[in-house]
Each structure stands twice: as C-alpha cells, then as structure tokens.
Design a protein around this ligand. Structure first.
Ligand SMILES: Cc1ncc(C[n+]2csc(CCOP(=O)(O)OP(=O)(O)O)c2C)c(N)n1
Ligand SMILES: [Mg+2]
Length: 945
C-alpha cells in the first residue's frame, strides 16, 4: 500500500524539529513560482484545496502553518487516545480540507452572517463555506477530525459538529473580520474570544434586564420626543437603539480598565439620545431647546444636534469624565478633532499608554465610507505625533445615507467599514436587532483596545425607522426598504419578547420599565443612574482665566538679556560625539554668534527663541506640520540629525530638567485631519502653545472645513476657546500660482467679532513677540500668521537682541530708520515682504518724501496704532495701499475700509489709492519673467500714483 504523502513528507524529516519555517518558505516560493520548488513538494501543494476569494498569500500560508504545527505536536494524525484516525492518503487529504474549511469560515464567515435586521442585503453564497467545496460530503459529517487551532475545546470533533459550531460562531449575528490582520497573536485572540462560546455570550438575567432597560431608554426618548414635538428635526436613533446599551457597556468597561476620561465624537443621528441616555443631560434642558427657550448667552449658538456636553459617571473603578465634542454639520471632520483632544488629555495626564483617556467615535455608514478625512484619521492613528493608543469606532450603519442607497451608489467597497482595514483594524459587524451580540462585540472591542492599543470598528448594522429626519418621507426613495421597516417590530419589542419567553421578566415588568422611563422624562429627571451629581472638579480644565478678554490685553513679551543668553547657549549645545551636517552646523554656529551679539538675529533665531523662552516660563509647546523639524525652507532646524547614526537631538526639549513638554513632529502629508487634530488639541489645553505650519500657505485650503467650521466660528457657535496658531508661508517670488499665496483674503473675509487674529510679521523680533504674546496674553484666539519664505534670509529682515529684550509685538511698524516726518508727503501702507521691495526702491531713488508703513496685524485692525503713526506726517498728500497679491486677493478688498476710516479720521480729503496686481483668477503668474515685470510695476506705482 502506498504511504500517505504526509507520512512520506514526515519521514523526510523536513517537518521534524521545528522545520516549519522551511516548509513555509517552500510554500511561499511555490505561490510565486511553482516550478521553483522540488517536484514532490509541488505536487503536494498542487493538491491542496484553495481558499476562494482571498488572493493574499497569507491565507493559504497560515492554514498550512496550522496544519503542520499540528503534525509537529501530534507526530501524525491521531484521534482520541492515540488511535490513528486514518493513515490513508484520502483521510489525510480530508483532514487538510477540514482545516481549510475552518479557515474559510474564519476568513469569510462574516459574508454569510445574519447581519441585516431588514433582510434586504443581497449577498451571494460563499462557496468555500460549503463543505462540498472542499470535497467533503454529507457522509463525512460523522467522521472525527483534528480541529487544529480551532478553539472549540476539543482536539478532535465530528465534522458535523465542527461545521455547526463554525456557522454559529461566524455566521450568526456577528460577522467578524479579523483575518486581514497579519499579527497572528491578534487573530488567535479573536478566535479564542469567539470560538469557545460560539459567539454567544450567555448573559445572566441581570445583565439581560439591564440591556432591556437601556433599550427602553433609547426607544422611550424617541417616542417621547416624537409625540411631544411631532415633525421637529431630531435625527432620531430609531432602528439603532442598540447603540445605547453598546455605549453603556463601553463606558463601564473603559472605567474598569482604569480610564478617567472618554472623549466622544458623533454626527446628528441619535445624538440627542446619547446626550440624554448616556451623558445624562437633563431632559428638561433638551425640552427647553425644542421649545426655543434656551438661547445662547453670547454668539450665534448652534442647533441642538451639534451641541457638545460633558458629565461624569460612575464605574466600578471610579468616576469617569465624558466629553462629547461639539461638531459642525460637516460629517466626519469631528473625528480628528476628537483624537486631538484625547491626545492633549493624555499628555496632560502623562498617560503615555493611552489607558486613561479613550476616544469613542460614532459614524454614519455613508459618511464613513465617503469622507476622505476618515482615511486620514486612520493614517494618523499609529504615528508618533498623533497616536492615542487606539480608537473605538462605531458605525451606525442604517444602510442609507440621506436618500442614497447602500451599495450601488454610496460606495465601491463591500462594507462601509473597509477603509479601516488599512491599519489592520478588526471590524466587528453586528446585527443591531441582537442586543446581546452588540454588547458582546462591545466588550471585545474595549478589551482589544486595552490589549493591543489599536483601532477597532463596530459596524452596527441597523436601519432607519423614519426618514433622514422627522420631516422626510423615506418611502419616496426607498420603497422596498420602508415596506419592510413598517412591518418590523422594534429592537426593544423583539428583545422584550425574547426575555419574556425565556422567563427572565414578565410582561408587566416590561411595561413597568417603559412607564418608569416615561415618568422620569415627564418629571424632567436625569435618566442616567450612574451620573455623578457633584463631579470631581479635577477632571475639568479651568478656562475661566481666558474668558472675556480683548485682543488689546497687555502682556510682557520681552525677555531679559541674560535669560536669552543662557537659553541661546543651551540651544546651540550639541551632545558629545553628535555629528551635525555641514550646512546645519553653520546655522548652529551662526546662532551662537547671534546670542553673543556678533551677528544680527534672523527669523529662525527669533522663532526658536520664542519657543525657548516660553518653555522656560512653563508653557508646553506642540509644533506639527509637514517637515516642521527642519522647516520647509530650512530656517528652523529645531531637530538635528546625527550624521553617524540618524539619531535626533532636540535642544528645545532639553533646556532644563523641569521644563514642560516640547513636542515637534513632522506630520503625515495631510492638512485636513492634522489641522483638525491640532484644533482639538488646542481647545483642550489653554496653556500650551499649539502651532501648525503649512508647507506652503496654499495647502491650508485642504483644511478649509477646519478653518471655516472650527477655527473662525467655534467660539461664536459653541463658546469654545482656541489658541491655535497657523504658520502659513506666503510671498510672491515667481514660484508660480501654487506656491505664492496663503490666501490671506480668505482669512480676512472670515474675520469678524474679533474671532481670529491675522498677522503678517516681517522681522525676527516681530515673530518672537507675536508667538510669545499668543500665550502670555490671557485671551485665547486662533492666530493666523502669514510667514515669509525668501525673507527668512533677507539681509534687511533682521533684528537685534535689544528688540527681544524690550518692546512688544507692533501691530503697525515703521521703517527702522524713521524718515524725517516733516518731509513726508506720501505714505505707502503695506503688509509683508513687499515692504522690502519698496524700501529698496525708496533707497535707490532717495525718496525721503515717502514713508513706508507696515500693517503687521490686519485683523483685528489696529486703527488706533495706525492713527498714531499717520498723525506725525503733517504734510501728507498721498496714501497708497501696496500689495503683491492681485486686486481681488490679499488684503485690499477686506481691509481697505479700515484704512479709509483711519484717513477719514486724520483728514477727510485724503484718499486711499491702490498699487498692486490686477485682479486675477489664479493667485500668481506661472513665469518668472512675468512675475518680475508685474512686481516692478506695482512697486513703481506705489511711488508714483
Ligand atoms: C461633508 C458633508 N456632506 C454632506 C452633508 C449632508 N448630509 C447630512 S446627513 C447626510 C447623510 C449621512 O448619511 P450617513 O452617514 O449614513 O448617516 P445617517 O444620516 O444615515 O445616520 C448628508 C449627505 C454633510 N452633513 N456633511
Ligand atoms: Mg446611514
């Protein structure tokens, strides 16, 4: 009789003594080139059944590994008590196929899972979940097979039991996608969580009653609001009520693992329900909002389903602070904001592992699949500068986005969650009509984060009982779906029926639960039992010192010479043996000379010294953006790189032992998510100077949503203060349309009610004072700083140490050498780099009749300071605004009225004239020669008009 191939292989001793790696290697080679492996192995591998639908090599590879691991362990195929199951070639092959079948379920079971409460998903049958696909027949069901790594609690089982167990585990209410993860530990972890219990948690009566109580609350609130305020928009949760028990479990479990804070982000859907039933907002307050009784104390206020909220609830390990982020209508943009807020809280708590602060972000299915910022947020999740130790993502997957249907139109991916696979996040799809399954996956999700510090997604497959909002008629666009929905019992009813049938509660008790909840709402009582009525104040940050200040608030931004000298020395010290690159070395030695007063200080020095002095005074600093360590234009070099081994030296982080944290990270190549992250960070930390730098100012418009919806309007809508600084390189230097403009006009157009500051500093001392005053003044307002490129090295754009040791940020700046005021008949007003072009012309042409005045803060406009400057020119006849930007851009349209007002106050006969580029669709010319010609003309015009 011919020996089985496995036995032959075994006897070759390839598999003994841990030669698995060898076999794996062979298999890998075979997958890429079958002819590259010996014939005997090729014919063996050829005969292995394949796992359909998964092209990745890892699929087959791991099944092989399992198989051989097993052989190693058991020496050969053995049944109970060492009795061989079969030594025939056929039986061996069958055993392999059984292992393949097991693998098939682990990979693709989710595709046959009963995830859709509506039963409208059209899902093709998955061939490789059928034993016959693996040449296993009905009659094999009674044969015993090795279970391999299957965690069913028995080394061998009948095929029938294996298949039934697999269907229960992987094709019930939970569809787990985890086999795309390459880390075997994680795959095993999920198998060991799900397989032993066949994905059925078997909760005790008390837990089941609690789940029903939470569902009662979820449904009860919507019913109540629906009958009390019919037709009023609330973006109800109906159809996704399981979210409420899910959140309850998340919070309790996070608390159990020692979390002290959870930051929540979510869109419109179910938000009011979460606010009342999870965060414990007083229902009375919500009713007042419905009735229009609660108006914002100041600012515009916002609709109720964008409001943030915070509260403290009790868990078995103490109090936990919950903070729901305010968000705009723009879906998904709140996600990176939440991450930034979490990171700031973790930093404050020195929670390097991310155990104490946990982000939980809820999404809509359409938004999660469609919005690019979701991908950016995942891309940040494991980076040095933006990681938070894992985020729990919950998708409220109601299978429709507004009126857009799930698959044909909303996306190209199979699931709305597929984007999460890019970071190998496990994805747990779950039927929301099985609340126990929902709680089970929730527990796994929180346990997973605790164990592996990675992102995880719960895809709560549910439906939307009503239209997009309560005024919408959904049947107009989704007739079939809504036909089904109308006939469907609610999740709560289904679950209550189940518990009644199981004898866990009586019908009366179920009714009583509903009545109790409604009574609580009627009485305007809090409905979260674990709510802490008198929260621990330590869990809150005190922003009161920063409220109610004018931008003119004074501060001391100058620094004593000896402090600057001491810090200057520290900044230029390099560790023993650290090899600095040649050009960088020159920058360092120049900085030494600047500290000694032997060289005028440049921009890089002014900026770095602002950071050093702020750190010295106890303010933490966080600086991010693309290439910020070096600076796009090589002016910063805050991070030095050892030429011998690539190690880093950051002098600003090593000024003293007691100094606060200095963080500087080159960001991923994203503007939107990164700027949103920094907004979230800065709205959480009043004392930190948070700076985001664009590579070129133009790129900031990739984050326009953040600028419009948060930075410029967040305080007005939600009362959230933010001191974020944006550094936006800008300047017309002939580099073409795309590297010239930071779109200054956009920021100025968005400026109102002192919402932001727009500054255009032109000297090193100005940037020094501007950055310092951003933290030293009590007010917290976003600072938009238009920063230079060529000016970084301009010989005229320098300062002296004296300018740092005295003075302050000057909103209006005259020439260094003041003109004789009596001779001046013309004032040229300008901002930014063009000043130096004008100055050069003035010197060349010896125009002592001209004074050039820089407006270094365009918003809030420094009217008084300008009045004072202009007042000294008593013979003034001409006033010109000169800008490099085209007429429809730059400051002209948005700021001219401020300047005209100043002239009106000085002398109503004075008119303001314009010298600058003509209006243009593109920000700048594409050819250097055109640029030069235009620049020359506008400078000339300023002197002649
Ligand atoms: C960026 C953005 N684009 C468009 C909209 C308008 N809008 C509001 S809700 C919605 C549908 C959202 O669908 P989904 O994410 O599935 O959430 P659901 O409403 O179904 O809970 C759309 C398109 C928006 N709010 N934000
Ligand atoms: Mg949806």
């Amino acid at each position: 009789m011919q020996e089985s191939i496995m036995e032959q292989l075994w006897q070759t001793s390839h598999l003994q003594g841990g030669n698995l790696a060898y076999v794996e290697q062979l298999f890998e080679t075979y997958l890429t080139d079958p002819n590259a492996v010996p014939e005997e192995w090729r014919s063996y591998f050829d005969k292995l059944p394949s796992v359909d639908g998964y092209q990745g090599r890892d699929v087959i590879h791991s099944s092989i590994r399992e198989q051989f691991e097993h052989i190693s362990r058991n020496q050969r195929f053995l049944a109970n008590n060492g009795v061989p199951v079969s030594a025939t070639s056929d039986a061996d092959k069958k055993q392999i196929r059984v292992l393949q079948l097991i693998n098939g379920y682990r990979f693709r079971g989710h595709q046959e899972a009963k995830l859709d409460p509506l039963g409208v998903w059209q899902r093709p049958k998955v061939e490789d979940l059928d034993p016959s696909f693996h040449d296993l027949s009905e009659s094999d069901r009674d044969l015993e097979f090795q279970t391999g790594s299957l965690s069913f609690g028995s080394e061998t089982m009948k095929l029938g039991d294996i298949v039934d167990g697999l269907r229960q585990t992987y094709c019930g209410s939970i569809g787990a996608e985890y086999m795309h993860i390459v880390d075997t530990r994680i795959k095993r972890w999920f198998q060991q969580r799900m397989e032993p219990v066949r994905s059925e948690p078997g909760y005790e009566s008390n837990t089941r009653k609690h789940i029903l109580e939470r569902l009662t609350a979820a449904e009860g609130l919507e019913k109540y609001l629906g009958s009390r305020y019919p037709g009023v928009k609330r973006f109800g949760l109906e159809g996704a009520e399981s979210l409420i028990p899910c959140m309850d479990e998340l919070i309790q479990r996070a608390g159990h693992y020692g979390a002290k804070e959870i930051v929540l982000g979510m869109a419109h859907r179910g938000r009011l329900n979460i606010l009342v039933n999870t965060l414990g907002k007083n229902p009375k307050e919500l009713f007042d909002e419905f009735e229009g009784k609660r108006l914002a104390d100041s600012g515009s206020g916002d609709v109720k389903y964008h409001q943030g909220f915070s509260s403290n609830v009790m868990t078995d390990r103490g109090e936990i602070h919950l903070a729901m982020a305010f968000n705009p209508s723009h879906l998904e943009i709140v996600s990176p904001v939440v991450e930034g807020s979490v990171r700031a809280r973790q930093t404050r708590r020195k929670d390097n592992e991310g155990n104490q602060v946990v982000p939980v972000i809820m999404h809509g299915d359409a938004a999660f699949a469609g919005q690019g910022v979701v991908m950016e947020t995942f891309q940040m999740s494991q980076t040095r500068g933006f990681g938070v130790g894992g985020t729990i993502h919950i998708v409220i997957n109601n299978q429709v986005g507004f009126t857009t249907s799930r698959q044909e139109d909303a996306r190209s991916t199979e699931y709305c969650t597929d984007v999460a696979k890019m970071v190998h996040a496990p994805i747990l799809h779950v039927n929301a009509d099985d609340p126990e399954a929902v709680v089970f996956v929730t527990q796994m999700a929180m346990d997973y984060r605790n164990e592996f510090k990675g992102d995880i997604v719960i895809d709560l497959v549910c439906y939307r009982r009503r239209g997009h909002n309560e005024a919408d008629e959904p049947a107009a666009t989704q007739p079939v779906m809504y036909e089904k929905i109308r006939k469907l019992k609610t999740t709560r009813t289904l679950y209550a029926d189940k518990l009644i049938a199981a004898g866990v509660i009586t019908e009366d008790e179920s009714k009583q639960m509903e009545n109790d909840y409604r009574d609580a709402l009627d009485n305007g009582e809090h409905v979260v039992k674990s709510l802490v009525k008198e929260p621990n104040k330590d869990l809150y940050v005190d922003w009161t010192p920063h409220i109610g200040h004018e931008w003119t608030a004074k501060c001391k931004s100058s620094v004593a010479l000896k402090t600057i000298q001491r810090l200057g020395k520290k900044l230029t010290q390099v560790p023993e043996g650290f090899s600095v690159q040649r050009q960088v070395s020159k920058i360092v030695s120049d900085r030494e000379k600047m500290t000694a007063g032997a060289l005028p200080i440049n921009w890089g020095y002014g900026e770095i010294m602002a950071y050093a002095t702020l750190l010295n005074e106890g303010h933490p600093i966080r600086l991010t953006g693309q290439d910020v360590g070096r600076g796009t234009f090589s002016h910063r070099h805050a991070v030095l790189h050892n030429q011998k081994d690539g190690s880093r030296h950051i002098a600003l982080a090593q000024l003293s032992e007691k100094q606060p944290k200095f963080e500087i990270y080159d960001s991923l190549l994203s503007e939107e998510a990164v700027m949103a992250f920094e907004y979230g960070y800065s709205t959480t930390t009043p004392d930190t100077l948070v700076v985001w730098e664009a590579q070129f100012g133009d790129f900031a418009n990739g984050a326009q949503v953040v600028i419009d919806q948060f930075l410029t309007s967040g305080e007005h809508k939600w009362g959230r203060l933010c001191g974020l600084t944006l550094l936006l390189p800008h300047g017309y230097e002939g580099q073409g349309p795309e590297h010239s403009s930071a779109r200054l006009e956009r920021f100025l157009q968005l400026s109102a009610e002192q919402n932001i500051q727009v500054c255009v500093p032109t000297t090193p001392s100005q940037v020094f004072h501007m950055l310092r005053r951003q933290v030293k003044r009590p007010l917290r307002k976003p600072l938009i700083a238009i920063t230079p490129k060529s000016l970084l090295r301009h010989k005229e754009a320098t300062s002296n140490l004296d300018d740092l040791t005295s003075g302050t940020f000057q909103t209006v700046l005259s020439e260094k050498e003041l003109p004789d005021a009596k001779k001046v008949t013309r004032v040229i007003l300008c901002s930014g780099k063009v000043f130096f072009d004008l100055l050069e012309k003035k010197k060349t042409d010896e125009r002592d009749d001209v004074a050039i005045v820089r407006i270094e803060q365009l918003y809030p406009f420094p009217g008084e300071d300008l009045d004072e400057t202009l007042a000294q020119y008593v013979k003034l006849k001409h006033v010109v605004w000169c800008q490099e930007e085209p007429m429809n851009q730059g400051a002209w349209y948005c700021s001219q009225h401020h300047m005209r007002n100043a002239l009106q106050r000085l002398n109503p006969k004075l008119n303001l004239q314009y010298a600058g580029r003509d209006a243009s669709a593109a920000p700048a010319a594409g050819h250097m020669s055109v640029h030069i010609e235009q620049q020359k003309k506008l400078v000339n015009d300023a002197f002649e008009i």
